[in-house]
Design a protein around this ligand. Sequence first.
Ligand code: AMP
Ligand code: ZN
Length: 487
Amino acid sequence: MQNELKIYNTLSRETSVFKPLHKDYVGMYVCGPTVYSNAHLGNARTYVSFDIIYRYLLHLGYKVRYVRNITDAGHLEGDRDEGDDKFAKKAKLEQLEPMEIVQRYTIDFHEVLKQFNTLPPSIEPTATGHIIEQIEMTKKILANGYAYESNGSIYFDVEKFSKEHNYTILSNRNLEELLNNTRELDGQDEKKGRLDFALWIKAKPEHIMRWQSPWGEGFPGWHLECSAMSSKYLGSEFDIHGGGMDLIPTHHTNEIAQNLACHHTQPAKYWIHTNMLTVNGQKMSKSLGNSFLPAELFSGNHQLLDKGYSPMTVRFFMLQAHYRSTLDFRNDALQAAEKGFERLMNGLEMLPKLKSSETSTFSVSELIEKVYKAMNEDFNTPIALSHLFDATRYINLVNDGKETLTEADLKNLTNFMNSFIFNVLGLKAEESNSGQLTDDLMQIIIGIRAEAKSKKDFATSDFIRDKLKNIGIEIKDSKEGTNYKIG
Ligand code: AMP
Ligand code: ZN
């Protein structure tokens, strides 16, 4: 493509040219959802962002293996091995099997992402389907001396690891400060060090999701599953690892430590992190109580919303921010996105109707180049969209006869706009809102009839009423005005 793709890498804290480990192939692992509740709009933002990255890599011609897991075991309430198991707690609350919880919310997750028109990953492995791999990895880390057993659980020895490696390489946090900000251990603790985390957790008698292991019955720690599954499907070294920025300090920091302790290699060359969707500047999260569901956004059925917005409007709204910037949820921004999306789609619809000329009055290839340049600068969708809006403005001017395009340029622009908007941005034409359209048309007809009546042109007003009646629409006049009823 015109320019080389550059990616911001959290690990190096730099934007650099993307060079895959194996020419033409890309291995990408993205941390998937913990399926114990409905996916909220913030989760959706992260997966839409990685969908754009996936689509753009495919568009550039890479053969991409995209692995996105489903966390269906092992994720405790605190990210640091504290609190109840999320699935067990929800299962108890709803009087269901933990696997019923997993099934219900996996289906919900897939449905939500389908509405946003995201492509499915190449592999979607589950934590419960890879217990053996996680046990094997724990054994290796133990054998390499970076973990210890304590009362049937296995903990990662962060102090030992830190003597040879930079534990906070990804977060760039000061280890001393981190230690000071972490809860002190007490006599009850099985861990040796404050930052140690569980690879394998001994199951209490009441714990339902449990597996046999060399250390007794238990279940794997949350961080371990991603190390085990990424190594299995992408190898111990692969190209891209992604997730939301909130995963940097603990989950991804521990993943890197596990991989180094097991395979002696840092797993991913590029670490990509998406920023948060916020509400009034605060991260949207289930625990903060400020989250809402995509379904609520589509229907408008929520106190924060003036009205409903279609899935493609919401996707467009997300694309208007760069994935590394926060995106604040606002009604006015969604309204603007609705108009913007409509304008873009109108431009697209106009293209096949345009007439070509002998000469072109503007450069199509320059326009296209600008869009690729934006995408090559760390997937900058807002800038790419601004150039697509320029293209739309030109399309309107050609339609008005104020600018011209040759047949070849017109063809080039049409191919590019269609391929970029549908394949890369993943937008799609929505079924027209026929209910709204009917209502708008009826208001126009009722207006014409009222005008005729006011001029005592009863022939016309009766003609309108009778013709509508013939197609099953009844007009009703009352003191409050005129209404209509269909069928
Ligand atoms: P979870 O199901 O909590 O493990 O989260 C799934 C993904 O959603 C993770 O990559 C999180 O970083 C991401 N995520 C959670 N909350 C938000 C948010 N408000 N905005 C963007 N991404 C989020
Ligand atoms: Zn993960």
